[in-house]
Write a protein that binds this ligand. Structure first.
Ligand SMILES: [Fe+2]
Length: 248
């Protein structure tokens, strides 16, 4: 069984038995895939460790592509291993980060993954704690009720958008597969789709890359998150948020 859902932002209550009773008949071979903004690897607090252990104790395997709201520096500290044909960061033995530009074979179906997205909740700026006037600027923003800012290395990381190397890895994977996969799982959407949304509706390098992939790749379904809605965009593109859907 393979289920998919959208942004969690560190809140995993939807995976409790109450909201996700399907787990009664699931085992470790069965997966749930989160389409980015997992948020469970963030501030390295005891509470966070509790929830990661809680996820590990679920009867299924939890998989996630990264979104924009992830602590990328902490994600990078976890060991990389191969899982179902692609690279993963192992957060817990059954809580795995599906890395960028990878392909996994699950239940005879191929999944191409490409995490990342540009943060748009930063209208008030990105502050650098190394700047001498950091605290002053942060306090001034808070005083003026302007809280749409993020702090470099604490709540925002430049790695939210893929590097050249990650784009290259993605292309190598797609060429290897002759531009044919069963499913695509990303956090962001192609430019074409992003521009139809009422939030985060701007083009950037990643949305343009995904648009190129969308035009060239043969696939059955493309699942993504980021835009905080549950919506069938068209026959192939499914936007996920809190809803959990079963695809296999
Ligand atoms: Fe997001």
């Amino acid at each position: 069984m393979v289920f998919l859902t959208g942004d969690c932002h560190g809140n995993f209550r939807r995976f409790s038995r109450r909201y996700f009773p399907e787990q009664e008949v699931m085992d470790r071979e069965d997966c749930i895939i989160i389409a980015g903004d997992f948020g469970g690897v963030w501030a390295n607090t005891p509470e966070e460790a509790y929830w990661l252990d809680w996820l590990e104790q679920r009867p299924f395997t939890t998989l996630f592509v990264d979104g924009n709201h992830e602590n990328f520096h902490r994600l990078d500290t976890f060991p990389v291993r191969t899982w179902h044909g692609g690279n993963v960061h192992q957060i817990r033995p059954h809580v795995l980060h599906l890395m960028r530009g990878q392909l996994y074979e699950i239940s005879g179906k191929t999944f191409f993954t490409m995490g990342g997205a540009k943060s748009h909740d930063v209208e008030d700026g990105i502050l650098n704690p190394a700047d001498p006037d950091f605290l002053e600027r942060q306090n001034a923003l808070k005083r003026n009720g302007r809280n749409r800012f993020r702090v470099l290395g604490r709540s925002w990381w430049p790695e939210e958008l893929p590097s050249d190397g990650e784009y290259l890895t993605a292309l190598e994977t797609l060429y290897r597969e002759n531009w044919q996969v069963n499913y695509v799982v990303t956090h962001c959407a192609s430019t074409r789709i992003a521009l139809t949304m009422d939030r985060h509706n701007e083009a950037d390098d990643l949305t343009n890359f995904l648009e190129m992939v969308e035009r060239r790749l043969a696939y059955e379904y493309w699942f993504f998150g980021h835009f905080h809605d549950n919506r069938v965009i068209d026959q192939k593109h499914i936007l996920l948020w809190e809803q959990i859907i079963q695809i296999l």
